[in-house]
Design a protein around this ligand. Structure first.
Ligand code: S3P
Length: 178
């Protein structure tokens, strides 16, 4: 089973993805890292030099390439905007079980205080930006996901267990439907 982690910046998609891949003995893919590797640029440089739409296209192409290659039994973490693009919903759902790591804006503020790597958060009023962006994005994360795991105030082991248990249940259901 492929497990795909979606959700807002700072929700722990990468850190949980790495832990999960270790525990499940499944290879790990991070779409942001893959885009940086294949383009030879940092995400911030892509945003600056090519613009956000170009980055979103790269994200889409990346997901399509996993489907074409028939990537199986991986843990895949995505950038926070990838699931906001509805063109990615069907490919993601085909690829595996989509898990939304849901987080409160306050926790994002705490975790990403001082972050300089995320182009979308480099504004004067970061709190308002996070709140507005999250409010806008939540229906997309919901629509794209098979299961939801709340991450606030939980130790990583518990989050990991929940991801695994819920994803396994959803995977069984998906298989029955096919
Ligand atoms: C983005 C999130 C980032 C990265 C890019 C855009 C977003 O990934 O893809 O800066 O639109 O939310 P993380 O969610 O891993 O921070």
């Amino acid at each position: 089973m492929n497990i795909i982690l979606i959700g807002f910046m700072g929700s722990g998609k990468s850190s949980m993805g790495i832990r999960l891949s270790y525990q499940m003995k499944q290879p790990y893919i991070d779409t942001d890292k893959e885009i940086e590797r294949t383009s030879g640029k940092k995400i911030s440089e892509i945003f600056e030099q090519d613009g956000e739409p170009a980055f979103r296209q790269m994200e889409h192409d990346m997901i399509m390439s996993y489907l074409e290659k028939g990537v199986r039994n991986h843990v895949i973490s995505t950038g926070g905007g990838l699931a906001v693009n509805e063109d990615n919903w069907e490919p993601l759902k085909k690829l595996g079980v989509v898990v939304w790591l849901r987080i409160r804006p306050e926790t994002v503020m705490e975790r990403l205080a001082g972050d300089k790597n995320r182009p979308l958060l480099q504004t004067e009023d970061r709190e308002t930006r996070i709140r507005e962006l999250m409010e806008y994005r939540e229906p997309f994360y919901k629509g794209c996901s098979d299961v939801i795991v709340d991450v606030d105030d939980k130790p990583p082991e518990r989050i990991m267990d929940e991801i695994f248990t819920k994803a396994s249940g959803a995977n069984r259901k998906k298989k029955r439907k096919r």
